[in-house]
Unconditional design. Structure first.
Length: 382
């Protein structure tokens, strides 16, 4: 006999989230799907620092100071920590509207705009919002079915609306938004310092090794030449990295001082023809830096590791103990009767048959015969 057992299958919310993101470690890590350039970033940082610690640091620690590798290790660990924090965190993704919410918003928009004649373009879906006595337009996202908050934008790569969207950075493999911008800025700042540090001491190592080549001869000379070649390779990598990383750090330092995003700077939101002032700027560089880099970090609104429970019905074969004297239920039942597998836990009470001699005579009838009600006492005497 088969028994239907309902089991609860635990499903995390990150498994059902829309968009083009990749989740690892049961939703704890959130990244974009395009991670090839992120792996290149790791390779360049780890490879360059490994060569520096393996060769140059050992010589410089003996010849100059043991603090050189210590300070390099601190910069390296800080840069890697901020890189992973930027890449593996939620940048501030805004959840999409539920079907009921989307339908209500659509009805509200239709009631506001009215019926648009056929062939005419409908008006843009915009709401006006006032910030610091200045009107800011909230645009409607046709993908997420929401009016985006101020400074939010839809990332075409991740297919999500991100709060205080700055840009999508393939080098970190994630969007840069409200929840990870400070870590992105600290990453490029520490990477710039690390690159300058390695570049400087590599040049010092080359200068010291040139004087050593005059004294060395034989196998020692060949070993020093090979080390010099590796050092020159590191110098070239650091040289080309300096132009991009240090320049990027300077650009974002300028944006932080103005409390502005890369997206706003590219679009010219506050420097266009209208000369609209930035309503988010405090007019003070220190206050802007404190708000962007030291302000409270908002929690994620996705609840990636929340639980969605789904029931699964599984059939299990098993025997059910029956009381003595019970019979198996018939395989087929008459029309209109529900078939049901059940267990009888108490002895069955015998039901007298229709021809039981112990029954009163007037209650005995043949099968199929309708019961005849007894005659009234008064009519029988009459």
């Amino acid at each position: 006999m088969s028994v239907m057992v309902a089991r609860k299958k635990v499903v995390r919310k990150w498994e059902k989230l829309p968009g083009r993101n990749t989740f690892c470690c049961d939703g704890r890590i959130m990244m974009a799907r395009q991670k090839g350039i992120f792996y290149l970033t790791l390779f360049l940082i780890l490879g360059t620092c490994a060569l520096f610690f393996a060769f140059e640091c050992r010589y410089l620690a003996v010849q100059l100071s043991p603090a050189i590798p210590v300070f390099a290790a601190v910069l390296f660990l800080f840069a890697m920590a901020t890189l992973l924090r930027t890449s593996f965190s939620d940048p501030g993704v805004i959840p999409r509207a539920l079907p009921d919410e989307a339908a209500f918003i659509e009805m509200e928009i239709e009631a506001t705009n009215g019926t648009v004649p056929q062939g005419q373009r409908p008006p843009p879906r915009i709401k006006n919002f006032q910030i610091n006595n200045q009107i800011v337009k909230l645009k409607y996202c046709y993908t997420c079915k929401i009016f985006r908050p101020p400074r939010a934008s839809h990332c075409s790569i991740c297919d999500n609306c991100v709060e205080r969207f700055d840009h999508h950075c393939p080098w970190v493999g994630n969007c840069v938004g409200k929840r990870n911008y400070r870590y992105f800025y600290l990453f490029i700042l520490s990477l710039s310092l690390l690159t300058i540090y390695i570049f400087t001491f590599n040049i010092v190592y080359v200068a010291l090794s040139e004087g050593r080549e005059v004294v060395d001869s034989g196998p020692a000379l060949g070993c020093s030449l090979s080390l010099t070649v590796l050092t020159v390779l590191e110098v070239l990598i650091c040289f080309f990295t300096l132009w991009s990383v240090v320049g990027l750090t300077g650009f974002h330092t300028f944006l932080v001082a103005l409390n502005q995003t890369t997206n706003e700077d590219i679009k010219g939101s506050w420097t266009g023809k209208n000369r609209v002032q930035n309503p988010y700027s405090h007019g003070n560089i220190v206050k802007n830096c404190c708000e962007v880099l030291c302000g409270p970090l908002p929690p994620s609104v996705l609840d990636r590791r929340g639980i969605l429970q789904q029931e699964e019905s599984t059939a299990q074969e098993g025997s059910c103990p029956r009381a003595p004297g019970t019979q198996e239920p018939p395989a087929t039942q008459g029309p209109g009767q529900a078939q049901e597998d059940h267990c009888v836990l108490s002895p069955q009470v015998p039901v007298p048959s229709v021809s039981d001699p112990e029954l009163p005579e007037e209650k005995q009838r043949t099968p199929g015969e309708l019961p005849v009600p007894p005659l009234d006492a008064g009519r029988a005497e009459h």
